[in-house]
Design a protein around this ligand. Structure first.
Ligand code: 5GP
Length: 109
């Protein structure tokens, strides 16, 4: 079965433009197109998992990796206060079925 390609697959594969603020072999971070705070970033793993609800023992490192990259990014940019959130499923406010971590801060860059 082929995996449904979401907007985050397309941002990851550079088929859809996005303001990318960080990228390495494992993670891409970009600005949210509809920011809900002065700083609103999305940290997306390069390896596809649809949601926290679908993480398995094999992919359980991915949420921690996203948190670590977000924490490092915030530290480097001098962002001292922020929220990190994962939305899970439609009832949890998840619009895009591709695992991602929201970083929101009242401190704009
Ligand atoms: P979710 O609700 O799934 O946790 O978060 C998806 C986020 O993706 C939303 O905050 C939404 O504003 C953002 N978003 C939707 N479409 C695009 C897009 O085309 N580009 C970017 N950069 N963000 C998007």
């Amino acid at each position: 079965m082929t995996e449904e390609r979401t907007i985050f697959h397309k941002i990851r594969d550079k088929e859809l433009p996005a303001t990318i603020v960080f990228e390495d072999d494992d993670v891409l971070a970009c600005k949210d197109i509809h920011p809900k705070a002065p700083l609103h970033l999305l940290f997306i793993p390069k390896h596809f998992v649809s949601s926290i609800a679908d993480v398995t023992p094999e992919t359980a490192h991915l949420p921690g990796m996203l948190i670590l990259k977000a924490q490092r990014y915030a530290k480097e940019k001098g962002i001292s206060g922020y929220k990190l959130t994962f939305h899970v499923g439609k009832g949890g406010g998840q619009e895009v079925p591709y695992l991602h971590l929201h970083l929101l801060s009242e401190q704009a860059l």
